[in-house]
Ligand binder design. Structure first.
Ligand SMILES: [Fe+2]
Ligand SMILES: [Fe+2]
Length: 244
């Protein structure tokens, strides 16, 4: 049986709950950077500036999808090598479903950011925002794939650091742009909510999604399989260790 991917979806919070979660993020310490994320973010800062803005977020979202694609590829390889051990194959398949769901969620982030950029009329230079991110993505994809192949737990730990950075950056960006709270965000991309939301709410939701990705990666790094439980955000649920 293929895993129910809705199990892995990040919870959608109300605007009031999102404001609370923004506070939680802003009052919690950042994860210490490891040498790899330090180098990656330093490169991004050199190319796109130190200041957070929507166009820089677009580049980071582009890179955020890559580890999930690498994990899926490695897991598919491992499924092919389970040699009839169906229990193991099924558990790896659940990991694939989790990676796909997180990847889809990152794509939603990218679409939201693209829409916000389009709304404020900012121009996206083709070389800087289309070609350069692809050039950075190539080695990043190779690196995350090899790392996951060789040492999956390091690859999850690395991703947790990336997601922690993203969570804090989004929440801080919203805090420093109060005008976002007055911009209604409608249309198809707001169909996660049954109530009206603002651009600030949507960016807080992205920040909260990143926190979930971080928790998932931290759990996976310990070999645990974390199942989303919206009411138990900070209580990671672990069951049997998994090899992929
Ligand atoms: Fe993201
Ligand atoms: Fe993420």
């Amino acid at each position: 049986m293929i895993a129910d991917t809705t199990t892995f979806e990040t919870p959608t919070l109300s605007p009031a709950a999102l404001r609370m979660e923004q506070n939680n993020t802003l009052t919690s310490p950042r994860q210490r950077r490891n040498p790899i994320t330090f180098m990656l973010f330093a490169t991004i800062d050199v190319l796109y500036g130190r200041k957070a803005d929507l166009r820089k977020f677009l580049v980071l979202e582009h890179l955020a999808q890559i580890p999930y694609r690498s994990w899926e590829r490695v897991a598919q390889r491992r499924i092919a090598r389970t040699n009839g051990r169906s229990r193991l194959a099924r558990r790896i398949q659940e990991r694939v479903a989790e990676a796909r769901t997180q990847h889809d969620n990152e794509q939603w982030h990218m679409l939201v950011i693209e829409e916000l950029i389009a709304r404020c009329g900012a121009r996206l230079g083709h070389l800087r925002y289309r070609i350069l991110p692809r050039l950075i993505a190539g080695p990043w994809q190779l690196f995350t794939w090899i790392l996951h192949l060789v040492k999956p737990e390091w690859s999850y730990t690395l991703n947790a650091a990336f997601e922690d950075h993203a969570e804090h950056e989004y929440m801080r960006f919203v805090a420093s742009h109060p005008e976002l709270a007055t911009q209604a965000f409608g249309g198809e991309l707001s169909d996660r909510w049954s109530q009206p939301v603002t651009a600030a709410d949507v960016l807080r939701q992205i920040g909260h999604d990143e926190r979930y990705h971080k928790l998932e990666s931290r759990a996976a790094a310990t070999g645990a399989f974390h199942v989303h439980q919206p009411a138990a955000l900070d209580n990671e649920t672990a069951d049997e260790p998994i090899a992929a």
